[in-house]
Design a protein around this ligand. Structure first.
Ligand SMILES: *Cc1c(COP(=O)(O)O)cnc(C)c1O
Length: 271
């Protein structure tokens, strides 16, 4: 059995995943990903049931999302609020389909998230927490949230710097409609597996330290980390949620800098 330290990133695959066009394609891709999740878990002695696969459907058309649903997906991740809201409205007939918003949120779009999302993984400011909480109370809803942490040190990435997370977490019980579940990060986008791994190690060790002092009602069990190119490394380092798009749905036509608004396309993030 290969050692975890041998696990490589698959970022060179980026943009080359074949498009899934049938339910069978989706079933096949989901089976392959699940087998890779299981194998990563076994390498480090984890139970695969402790890792949730979140399929990420951003930029994909409604027809693809419906195929994914038919193949068994019951929660989909989207990084742009308006796109997610539009898809939610168009797919109201799929009553068991839930939505996770995984991208940066502007305060003025909090009301959209409060209306339909089940989970929000990119909380990184008290202003957004406050806006979400207020809108959720108006809607009579609550929301699972993850605090996004910038573990790569890249100025272009969203998320709180690690040193600001402890005080931020202490402030969250004030927002009673937010159910804090854990931390989320995007690792460095690099083919250097060791540097990618360090981002995941940082998130986990930050969480482990915070666990002692977390206020009542703030859950930190979840670590959302890892995507198509690096989810196996993330699992080896403790991920409980992996967000996988291209390896399930197929490649996106444009580089990620296009979908992560405000993120400049640098050599570092687009090797
Ligand atoms: C797009 C996206 C993912 C999934 O990336 P893939 O390369 O498609 O697996 C994960 N997390 C976030 C925040 C994303 O925006």
């Amino acid at each position: 059995m290969p050692a975890p330290s041998d696990t490589q990133t698959l970022h060179d695959q980026h943009g080359r995943y074949p498009e899934a066009t049938t339910v069978e394609d989706f079933r096949h891709n989901l089976t392959v990903i699940q087998a890779r999740i299981d194998a990563a878990c076994h390498r480090v002695g984890r139970d695969p049931a402790t890792v949730r696969l979140l399929p990420v459907s951003k930029t994909k058309p409604e027809t693809s999302l419906r195929l994914a649903h038919a193949a068994g997906c019951r929660m989909l991740g989207e990084n742009k609020v308006q796109e997610a809201h539009r898809k939610w409205e168009a797919m109201q007939d799929l009553t068991d389909l839930r939505w996770s918003v995984i991208g940066h949120l502007q305060t003025n779009k909090a009301k959209l998230v409060a209306r339909f999302a089940h989970e929000f993984q990119a909380l990184d400011s008290l202003r957004v927490a406050e806006a979400l909480d207020r809108r959720l109370h108006l809607e009579g809803r609550s929301l699972d949230v993850f605090v996004q942490v910038n573990t790569s040190g890249e100025a272009s990435k969203y998320g709180l710097p690690p040193e600001e997370v402890p005080a931020f977490v202490q402030a969250l019980p004030a927002f009673s409609a937010l159910r804090v579940r854990g931390l989320m990060t995007l690792a460095l986008f690099s083919s250097e597996a060791e540097r990618v791994r360090q981002c995941f190690v940082l998130l986990r060790s930050l969480r482990d330290r915070l666990w002692q002092s977390a206020p009542a009602g703030v859950g930190l069990d979840e670590l959302s980390m890892g995507m198509s190119g690096d989810f196996e490394i993330a699992i080896e380092e403790g991920a409980t949620v992996v967000r996988v798009g291209q390896a399930i749905f197929g490649a996106r036509p444009l580089p990620d800098s296009h979908y992560w608004p405000g993120e400049p396309s640098t050599e570092e993030s687009q090797p």
